[in-house]
Design a protein around this ligand. Sequence first.
Ligand SMILES: Cc1ncc(COP(=O)(O)O)c(C=O)c1O
Length: 439
Amino acid sequence: MPLLVMTGFILHVRSNCVKPHRLVFFLSVRAIIMELFRKSEGKVMISNRMSEKLKAGSLIRKMFEEGNRLKSIYGEDKVFDFSIGNPDVEPPFEVTSGLKDLINNPTPGMHGYMSNSGYLSTRQAVANKLTRSGHTAFSADSICMTVGAAGAMNATLRAILDPDDEVILLAPFFMEYRQYIDNHFGKAVIVPTDAGTFLPNIDRISEAITPRTKAIIINSPNNPTGAMYPASTLEAINTLVASYEHVIHIISDEPYRELVFDGQEAVSTQDYIDNLIICYSWSKSLSLPGERIGYTAVGPRHPDLDVLVPAITMANRILGSVNAPALFQKVIEKAMDAKVDVALYENRRNLLYDIVTSSGFTCQKPQGAFYLFVKSPDTDDMVFSQVCARHNLLVVPGSAFSMPGYFRLAFCVSESTIKGSSVAFRAVSEHYGLNPAQS
Ligand SMILES: Cc1ncc(COP(=O)(O)O)c(C=O)c1O
């Protein structure tokens, strides 16, 4: 800034006040005065809320950066980075062929604005798919195409929350939920799941419900535990919310719905829950997280269906997304029944589960998604993750998911990384004096 002032000043003096230089000079002086004013006030120019968020940062991001640092020192193949849930499996053939087809056969207006809820043909295809996947018929009018599951959840929360309304989160949970709720001035109310199974505990949820409870967020298959809710759990949640006079929305975040192992399928929430709002994305099922494509679907038995869909669509618009990406709406329409090779993830789950448990750690075998949630042998899971990092093993402490005492491993990494990590797990196990299986 001083350089700018000096330059402005010199030009100003030398040029007999030629107008552009004068402008630089005066703008520079103004900037400096404002800077001094700002410093004297002791204020920063971003909001206090954002300033707090920046200070807190993200544990996963920190692990990610630590991973990059370690990789630059020891080399890619010597660092076992299980920190981030970024699918490393390529999208299936239907995605690439659909994309090529659209590029080679463009239609007029295909890059233009559209209805804020998305193309009718895409919404119809989504409704048909949902109808096929359970025993509940959806119409295209109940769907709003969104910018991924994150966009779906933000549009939903924007549509339903007034300031200080409460949203129940079932710990452990995907940490961004707290940010999404805070974005719309809601309050997160944290209710722990059952130890061991990580399934929702109906009595505890009931104790947490107040007249201000607007929604409960459920997530199955679950990040970070890989747990899958059985039909009985969904039925119990439905019965519970039906017993209240005010409407409590069940927001079902389902980006892992297709990533299910051992020949099972995820139970269709739409068949069990009345006050349902599904938030979905193809980020994981088609390995498209960077393309930002997802949807909200309001259940046909939802008592507020008629107002909710326009409210979510309006929120989608005014939050700045306007509409979901046009090209990828068309791509997923062509790839509606495709999914990534789930067997590949299942194989990785088996490999990692065997390595982790045979090293003496305890965890539940995940039924879906691509995470292992393991008991930390250290009472302080943050310290534990630092000990792991000393062995080039990157894990995310359970505290990041509001469940201290655990750590998460994302197994969307190559088989060679998983196999190579066994030495590191053994070393950490030895550090804590665990009881590894003899190999
Ligand atoms: C449980 C859960 N919900 C939502 C998201 C966000 O998904 P998207 O990238 O489609 O917005 C993620 C991403 O990892 C997730 O794990």
